[in-house]
Structures are given as C-alpha cells and as structure tokens.
Design a protein around this ligand. Structure first.
Ligand SMILES: NC(=O)C1=CN([C@@H]2O[C@H](COP(=O)(O)OP(=O)(O)OC[C@H]3O[C@@H](n4cnc5c(N)ncnc54)[C@H](OP(=O)(O)O)[C@@H]3O)[C@@H](O)[C@H]2O)[C@@H](O)CC1
Ligand SMILES: [K+]
Length: 464
C-alpha cells in the first residue's frame, strides 16, 4: 500500500529521528537518494549539465548536497539562488565539489552557458506556501523543455490536500523522502509530480488517512469463493438501473456480472427487462432478496423512486448518476455515492471547477454531509469515507474517460458490496479493478465501456 502523510506527521517523525541521529544524517540520506535518481534519469553522470534551483529552506539544502554529489561524479553543476537566503552548509559543499552559483534571469556572460540536461527544483518543499515567486516562474520558463526533477514536492503545489493554487513546478520526476505526501497521490497536484520515487529515511510514521492501494492490497481484500460457497453465500447484487436509458442499465449489469458476486438480479421496467433477458442469460430478472443494490445509472426521473425502493431493503446501496439528484437528508452507513466532478458540484452547490481544483476536500465534504462513502471519479478517482479516510486510485488510462464507463463501475462496486466488503473497501477495490481492466483492454489504444467490463475477470486473474 502506498501511504501519504501530512506535513505535520512528517515533521513529528523527523523530529524524533533527528534527536537520535548525528546532525545532517537525514539530509545526507535525502541527498544521496536524490543524486542517484538524477543519475538514473540522465543515464549517467560524467559530463552531464545539471542546473539547481535553490530556495531558502532545507529543500534547497537537499538539492545543494545532491548537487555536490553529482559534481563529484563528473556533472557540471550550476545553481541559481531563488530564496531570501540559502542553505549555507549545502552551498559550501556544492562549491567545494566544484559546483558554482550563477545569476538567474537573462543569460549573460556569467549565466549558465549552455542548456542544462536537467533542472533540479529545490525551490521549496514541505515548508513552502502554495504558489511561486515571479523570479522562480521566470527561471522555470527560461528552461522550458528541459526535464525537471522536483525535490520532495513540485514547488508551489499545496502539499497536504493536492490543490494547485497559483504557479507551480510541473515535474517529470519527483523524488520524495520518508513517505508520500498527499500531493503525490491526489489530483490535480499529483499530475504535476510526474513519476514519484520514494527514498527511505527510516522515519517511524503514524497510521495514515490517505492511501493508494497496490495489486497485493486488492488481492488480499477481494473475497474469493471457498469450496463450500454457493451462489447465495457469495452474494447477490441487484440492479434498479436503466429505467430511462436502457443502455446505461445494460452497462451497469455488465459491470455487476463480471463474476465477482454469486448472482446478479435485474429489477427494472419490463421493456428493459426484455433487453436484459436477450443480452444476459446469466442475469436473473425480477425483484428478490439481494445483499446490495445499484441504482441511478440511466435512471432518469425514476431514479428517486428506485433509490427509495432500494433503501427500504436495508442493504448497502450504490447510488450513481441520476440517483445522486434524489439523495435523502441522511443515508445509511454502507451507501456508496459515485459522482463525477460535475455531479459532486451539483450535490454540494458549488462550481465544477472548485471540485476539480480541490478534489479531496469536496469528496470529504460529501462523505461527511451524507454519512456515506464518496467515490469521486476522475483521472485519479478518490474514495473517501465519512471519517475522512481516503484511497486514491492509481490504475487506469486516459482512454477510460469514455461514455458508460461510470455505469460499469457502479455495477462492479455493487457486486463487491454484495460479496460482503464494506463500503469503503468495495469502492476502493472496485475503482482499482475498473482502472486495471481499462488498462488491460486498452493496450495503448481506445476502449469502450463494454470492453472495460469484459476485461474485469482478466484484471482479477492477474492479481498476485
Ligand atoms: N522532514 C523531513 O523528514 C526531511 C526534510 N527534508 C527536506 O526539508 C524540506 C523542508 O524544509 P524547510 O522546512 O526548511 O522548508 P522549505 O520547504 O525548504 O522552505 C521553506 C522556506 O521557503 C520560503 N518559502 C515559502 N514558500 C515559498 C514560496 N511559495 N516561494 C518561495 N519561497 C517560499 C520561506 O522562506 P523565505 O524565503 O520566505 O524566507 C520558507 O521558510 C523538505 O521538503 C525536504 O526537502 C530532508 O532534508 C530530509 C528530512
Ligand atoms: K521542490
């Protein structure tokens, strides 16, 4: 499991370790990992040109000490000082190793002589305020097109919630220390990190609020049938979907009928039921006992009634699409809401752009407001529990942004709920498998929602 900690948690863990270790040990570990990552990126050290952008804090210190290591390995290292002060020990080490300070701004005679092979962003780390100063923006602009390695975090992003406020660095690689920070996992900041590499510092860290499941976590959460299981003990998922738009109903069925639950029931209107019979002989048509319901996908105006009927059964419910317009004041624990940014914006009475810019915050507001799990769909879908715990989905491909993919997801999450997973795990595992199935189906090319549903069993087979 990839875990992200808050700045406060990192500071506390760092403080405890600093008290036990000789001065400079942690920064030395950080700088060694950073220098190694830069060499990996460059494919070597000797003769490579490295430009360091140094701010006034320890983030600049990390970059300067890494620069000293790179200079000793034969890199030509130059540094532009962008802070109100500089990490003196780091700068002294850099100079002693042959690195030199050059002025920023327009390239004069004493400025950097040639285009660097890599820019190392040591402007600010976890002590930075969101946004960048104009000199930093100008310096970054000057080296546009050169690969950027950010130290700890891309400078300028909002570290603890993944928001982007004002200018920020967009990195190709971010080398972080001790643990992931929220901005490495949560969009939109996560998209500014590029690849993220974690350097272990030996910090002793507390339990976390934000995680990203990995394949092994999904594998251990998934309920696989045992010898004595039959279809009812494996769980029955029911769908009241497609009441207005039968296509969405069929897609939610395709997600639900991916083999994870023991049985799928369809309880929609007769004309859609006829289509279901023709398309899916494995689906049982007609209402009956279920362990979880899926409502809302393609529900249109009937979604409110579908939701009320499903809630009356007192089993967990997935509420998707049109169902989200009919939420009661309170929902039972065990409900999963699956909005995209536009739907969440409407639910909370805010602009879509506000949701997209602060995804974790808004998903938490909805989870808290309705006492339900909120699965906010996006490039990195977020699953948030009413107590604030969050799981970020790191699987998937941009091709997954396609009509009907959300209906498949709702059905899949319903099937997982029916197998007995709690709402948070069902949403997190479902979202992970949905992304993994999309990646498999895509193989680099375009995909359709039915193909994503068809690839779910293969995504499960490939789990460790
Ligand atoms: N924790 C750990 O375990 C370890 C941490 N380590 C490292 O330490 C880093 C944290 O260092 P830190 O605390 O010195 O803060 P950091 O982010 O470098 O700079 C803050 C200073 O920058 C300034 N400033 C603020 N906002 C700004 C802005 N938008 N734009 C421009 N400038 C801005 C402001 O100073 P000012 O210029 O305003 O005087 C402020 O004081 C951490 O990310 C990691 O790299 C590792 O060495 C190993 C172990
Ligand atoms: K940085």
């Amino acid at each position: 499991m990839r875990s992200a900690h808050t700045v406060e948690q990192v500071r506390a863990a760092e403080g405890a370790l600093l008290a036990e270790l000789p001065a400079g040990t942690l920064m030395d570990r950080a700088a060694a990992g950073l220098a190694a990552a830069v060499v990996d990126l460059l494919g070597g050290a000797y003769g490579r040109r490295v430009l360091l952008l140094l701010g006034s804090g320890d983030n600049g210190g990390d970059a300067a000490f890494a620069g000293a290591r790179l200079a000793r390995r034969g890199c030509a290292v130059e540094a532009v000082l962008l802070g109100s002060s500089v990490h003196e020990a780091g700068l002294a080490a850099l100079r002693a190793a042959g690195g030199r300070v050059v002025p920023g701004g327009s390239s004069g005679e004493s400025g950097p002589r040639s285009r660097p092979d890599v820019v190392v962003d040591g402007i600010v780390g976890i002590g930075g305020r969101p946004g960048l100063r104009p000199e930093a923006v100008a310096e970054l602009e000057r080296h546009r097109g050169v690969p950027v390695v950010s130290v700890d975090v891309p400078s300028g992003v909002s570290v603890d919630d993944g928001r982007l406020v004002g200018p920020h660095v967009t990195a190709d690689l971010t080398v972080t220390f001790g643990t992931h920070k929220v901005c490495h996992l949560v969009d939109p900041a996560a998209a500014a990190c590029g690849a993220v590499e974690l350097v272990d510092l030996g910090l002793r860290l507390p339990p976390v609020d934000v995680v990203a499941l990995q394949a092994a976590d999904v594998s251990s959460l998934l309920r696989t049938p045992g010898d004595t299981d039959h279809k009812y003990t494996r769980g029955v998922v029911g769908l009241r979907t497609g009441t207005a738009y039968s296509g969405a109903g069929l897609l939610s069925l395709a997600g639900a009928a991916s083999g994870l639950a023991g049985m799928v029931r369809y309880a929609g209107p007769d004309e859609v039921a006829d289509l279901v019979r023709a398309a899916r002989p494995d689906v049982v048509v007609g209402a009956g006992r279920v362990q979880a319901w899926v409502v809302g996908s393609g529900g249109g105006d009937a979604a409110g009634e579908d939701l009320a009927t499903a809630l009356a059964d007192e089993v967990p419910v997935v509420v998707d699409a049109d169902g989200l317009r009919h939420l009661p004041e309170e929902l039972p624990a065990g409900t999963v809401l699956t909005p995209h940014a536009g739907e969440l914006a409407r639910m909370l009475g805010v602009d879509r752009a506000a949701v997209e810019g602060a995804q974790l915050e808004h998903a938490r507001r909805a989870a808290d407001r309705w006492g339900a799990v909120c699965l906010l769909k996006g490039r990195r879908s977020l699953v948030v529990a009413p107590d604030g715990r969050a799981a970020v989905t790191s699987t998937g491909v941009p091709w997954l942004a396609t009509a009907g993919a959300g209906d498949v997801l709702a059905g899949l999450v319903g099937a997982l709920l029916a197998t007995g997973l709690d709402a948070f795990d069902a949403a997190a595992v479902g979202s992970w498998l949905h992304g993994a199935a999309a990646t498999l189906a895509s193989a680099g090319g375009p995909i359709t929602a039915p193909e994503v549903a068809s690839a779910i069993p293969e995504a499960v087979r490939r789990l460790p």
